[in-house]
Design a protein around this ligand. Structure first.
Ligand code: RB5
Length: 167
């Protein structure tokens, strides 16, 4: 992981492309969001912080929508969403056809959500996942490539919006 961090820093120093990561949370995720945003900057990423900015109670779907819209606009292609459990904000994000948000609780789920599901959003629960585990999830999520192959066919099917089928 150290090598990965150095590589990102060299990218910035050389004026090469620096990836932008979008991040957003509700009030329950504020502290973890700020901590992970700071970690991302240290690791050489540009950060698009879409709020919240303080602990005023808000509705998590609004912040999932903000991040989904930001991914559609670019330049950020990947993002991080945080609420109390990560459940509500990941459900809301996955209402957008271009979003594949994965609620992760450890580095293993973070690895497979990239390798097999090509997840473009990491969802975390600030009340259910410890800070160090959340850091590990983020680093692994960003460092793991999609494997493609048989997984690509399955991921393509995730973008379908389906109505209930009769019978
Ligand atoms: C807010 O209290 C809480 O419900 C929210 O952060 C999240 O856990 C919902 O899934």
């Amino acid at each position: 992981m150290v090598a990965f961090v150095r590589f990102r820093s060299i990218d910035r120093a050389a004026g090469a492309h620096v990836e932008t990561i979008a991040i957003a949370s509700d009030h329950a995720g504020l502290d973890l969001k700020d901590l992970l945003a700071a970690q991302l900057r240290v690791d050489g990423f540009d950060v698009l912080d879409l709020g919240v900015k303080d602990a005023t109670s808000v509705d998590y779907p609004d912040y999932a929508d903000r991040l989904a819209d930001a991914l559609a606009r670019g330049p950020a292609r990947r993002g991080v969403l945080i609420c109390g459990t990560g459940i509500g904000i990941s459900i809301a994000a996955n209402r957008h056809a271009h979003v594949r948000a994965a609620l992760c609780h450890d580095a293993t789920t973070a690895r497979f959500c990239r390798a097999h599901n090509d997840a473009n959003v990491l969802a975390l629960g600030a009340r259910t996942t410890g800070v160090e585990v959340a850091r590990d999830c983020l680093k692994v999520f960003l460092a793991t490539a999609f494997e493609g192959g048989r997984h690509a066919r399955r991921v393509d099917k995730l973008a379908r919006v389906r109505e209930p089928q009769p019978g």
